[in-house]
Design a protein around this ligand. Structure first.
Ligand SMILES: C[S@@+](CC[C@H](N)C(=O)[O-])C[C@H]1O[C@@H](n2cnc3c(N)ncnc32)[C@H](O)[C@@H]1O
Length: 247
């Protein structure tokens, strides 16, 4: 069972009884997503520079991140060519998607109308939609372990499963290794999670790892990259020590 809940910033989130968790920080779904995936990752600058942007998201959930990226592209008048590849094993229903109030939190509220048709397509299989000119959305309907992203070189990873305590299978070094395989050398992975075990799994898979300020009262989040240079200016973690602790 999944039900809509209202966060403190007025935006909706979902509570999953199967996982026993909210899809977002109950202090603010929109505010958390903007902070973790957009403000901290560096993607906004790429949009301003009109660079091509290829994103891999783990956990499509409500589709909020895909919508926020469309909203930013439009507001910044960015001509960036965007590919947003996501993966979702247990989609929310079209009925719930149609009730989410994200349109009220977007600068371009008409984008909110895209949500129900996306979930209609997802209910019947994989999603392949152009949600804006030069913005293609793919959603793989199935388990991450069954997804094949061959032919892709992602620039950003939005790592957004439930927490490692309840969604352990998406926080292993094997998962971070698979993701890394499909990433460009300059790729940046962003996640709200600051658990040492998750950071160690990233390090074991060959990612450089750094801490960044967390969203909405959370002390920290994590950024990782295949290139140490991409993390300059951030507080780097000692990958060797992380690996030693967990192997
Ligand atoms: C925290 S929610 C994602 C939030 C989403 N990014 C958003 O903005 O709404 C985590 C999502 O991961 C999905 N999920 C969990 N385990 C999965 C797996 N093994 N493979 C694919 N999707 C999975 C859940 O169904 C859920 O929709």
């Amino acid at each position: 069972m999944k039900r809509i809940e209202i966060c403190r910033d007025g935006s909706h989130t979902i509570y999953s009884e199967e996982f026993g968790q909210f899809y977002h920080n109950p202090n603010g779904a929109v505010a958390e997503s903007l902070h973790v995936f957009f403000d901290q990752s560096g993607i906004v600058q790429d949009l301003k520079d009109h660079k091509p942007v290829r994103v891999l998201e783990i956990g499509f959930g409500t589709g909020l991140n895909a919508l926020l990226l469309a909203d930013l592209k439009k507001s910044l008048n960015s001509s960036s060519e965007i590919l947003f590849q996501s993966v979702e094993a247990y989609p929310i229903s079209v009925d719930i998607a149609g009730k989410l109030n994200y349109a009220d939190h977007l600068k371009n509220s008409e984008l909110g109308e895209q949500l129900a048709p996306i979930f209609e397509q997802l209910a019947n299989g994989h999603v392949n939609i152009e949600i804006l000119p030069k913005y293609r959305l793919h959603v793989f309907h199935g388990l991450f372990s069954d997804a094949d992203f061959a032919g892709n070189r992602f620039d950003y990873v939005f790592h957004d499963p439930f927490s490692p305590e309840v969604n352990d299978e998406l926080w292993t070094s094997e998962v971070f290794f698979k993701i890394r395989m499909y990433c460009a050398e300059h790729a940046v992975l962003a996640t709200y999670c600051a658990a040492t075990k998750a950071r160690a799994a990233m390090a074991i898979a060959g990612w450089f790892v750094a801490r960044a300020p967390g969203a909405l009262g959370k002390r920290e989040m994590t950024l990782a990259s295949k290139s140490a240079k991409k993390l300059s200016g951030l507080k780097r973690l000692n990958e060797e020590r992380l690996i030693e602790r967990f192997t």
